[in-house]
Design a protein around this ligand. Structure first.
Ligand code: SF4
Length: 184
């Protein structure tokens, strides 16, 4: 069986995604690395939901220790309009590194379930990193499962975020600002 390292952005998006890849015969392990989630208590709330999903689905969860908010900010300051690409790269690069170090056959991300993310850019960055680290990247369009995954999550009473993650997206969400697109 192919082993898959699944980078997870949150519990609600992980519910459907774990089942999707398991349904294709893959042995799934989840990874938590999201230095883009601000502030710290929001990060902890989303990690808590992911821990619950890990228990419910009996899927192992690797949590990268620490909170690398500063690393995220250094990657995007001065490039705010292109920040999502930097953000994808930061998270997917960690997934590629862990996949390679721990001998997984491939890696992917739950971000492919979100209609708010740039799938073409995610795929491009994932493929580049897979080639660089000598591993494989799996991508599929899971957007059809977004509503179902979030409905199941609400039934379970999981924590639901109100904005994509970074402090910029929080501002966009609540100020209804129009600079970069709102993602959540
Ligand atoms: S809007 Fe979302 S994907 Fe884009 S940089 Fe912020 S957290 Fe990352």
């Amino acid at each position: 069986m192919t082993s898959l390292l699944l980078h997870t952005c949150c519990g609600p998006c992980a519910l459907y995604t774990i089942d999707y890849w398991r349904g294709r015969g893959l042995q799934v392990t989840a990874l938590w690395y999201n230095p883009n989630i601000h502030p710290f208590q929001e990060h902890q709330a989303r990690l808590g939901a992911m821990n619950t999903v890990s228990e419910l689905k009996a899927v192992p969860l690797i949590v990268v220790p620490g909170y690398q908010m500063v690393r995220y900010l250094r990657a995007v300051v001065g490039k705010e309009r292109e920040r999502c690409g930097q953000c994808y790269r930061l998270r997917l690069e960690k997934a590629a590194q862990v996949a390679k170090e721990r001998g997984f056959d491939a890696f992917t991300t739950t971000l492919f379930i979100s209609p708010h993310q740039d799938h073409r850019l995610l795929s491009q960055i994932g493929r580049e990193l897979a080639a660089h680290y000598g591993t494989a990247f799996l991508s599929d369009d899971l957007r059809a499962g977004f509503r179902e995954s979030h409905r199941a999550s609400r039934e379970l009473g999981l924590y639901h975020q109100r904005y994509c993650g970074c402090i910029y997206s929080e501002w966009e969400r609540y100020a209804k600002a129009t600079m970069p697109p709102i993602r959540c």
